[in-house]
Design a binder for this molecule. Structure first.
Ligand SMILES: Nc1ncnc2c1ncn2[C@@H]1O[C@H](COP(=O)(O)OP(=O)(O)OP(=O)(O)O)[C@@H](O)[C@H]1O
Ligand SMILES: [Mg+2]
Length: 248
């Protein structure tokens, strides 16, 4: 498998606290990687480093072989990197459709505002509606995003994350706070999108059902370090993982 993303010895401290402590990781194209680990293990910080929200104190990142360690977030998005957030990150007062149009238009080199001439941007509209159909929110396109149920808002977030048509997409706890039905909708969507092979996904997830049913590869973090990584079968049998994380 070709390496899509490489993190080399990345470290990040907040004051005296080392949140990410020399992480090296390879993310091959097409492999759905799950990053697991206890609260505070450094999972979100690692995503922040990979996507450019934070700059590492040391170490380097390479996307398709190119060093991107100090590249700004929007430049990384242009290159094909995207993410969703652990905490809801939608424009509550914009319509569902407009929430998707913002990243679709950004990809086309246009800012999303104002929206009043949008009807003429027919290709962007078609593209946004295709994504809404994909996430099952086409019927809700004119609702303010804030009026959606929590589960539908998380689906919308997923739509926003995939709208730039990323090659690599980090999803930070996509199933958190969802009902079992909503959770399986999100899982199905990630599985389907991943199978299409246009986007490589990395998910951070606490729900082990989600992790073990979706992931091709599991990275276990603990105290800012990679404790181990392996196939789901290997991780399930790993004693250190069971002690640290699965608690058995
Ligand atoms: N901006 C910050 N300033 C200070 N400390 C931070 C900051 N961001 C994260 N931390 C600390 O770094 C550690 C790792 O946090 P991080 O959010 O990466 O963990 P996580 O693995 O995503 O945890 P969770 O599963 O709870 O989401 C935590 O102890 C957290 O309190
Ligand atoms: Mg987190």
């Amino acid at each position: 498998m070709t390496t899509l993303f490489r993190i080399e010895g990345a470290a990040k401290r907040f004051g005296d606290f080392v949140a990410v402590n020399g992480v090296t990781l390879e993310l091959p194209a097409g492999r759905l990687t799950a990053v697991i680990g206890p609260n505070g293990a450094g999972k979100t910080t690692l995503i922040n480093l990979a996507t450019g929200a934070l700059v590492p104190d040391s170490g380097a990142m390479y996307f398709k072989g190119e060093a991107i360690t100090h590249l700004l977030v929007h430049h990384r998005v242009r290159k094909g990197l995207s993410r969703s957030f652990q905490i809801m990150n939608i424009f509550a007062r914009l319509s569902v459709l407009q929430n998707i149009l913002v990243p679709v238009l950004a990809r086309r080199g246009r800012a999303g505002f104002p929206f009043h001439r949008m009807e003429r941007e027919s290709e962007a509209m078609t593209e946004a509606r295709r994504i809404l159909r994909e996430i099952g929110l086409l019927d809700e396109e004119n609702l303010p995003a804030g009026a959606l149920s929590h589960g539908d808002q998380r689906l919308l977030e997923l739509g926003i994350a995939i709208a730039p048509a990323p090659e690599l997409c980090f999803l930070d706890e996509p199933s958190s706070g969802l009902t079992p039905v909503e959770r399986s909708t999100v899982m199905e969507l990630i599985r389907r999108l991943s199978a299409e092979q246009r986007t490589t996904f990395v998910i951070v997830e606490h729900d082990m059902d989600v992790v073990f049913s979706l992931a091709d590869w599991i990275v276990v973090m603990n105290r800012g370090e990679v404790l181990t990584e392996g196939s789901p079968a290997e991780i399930r049998e790993n004693r250190a993982v069971r002690e640290v994380y699965l608690g058995v």
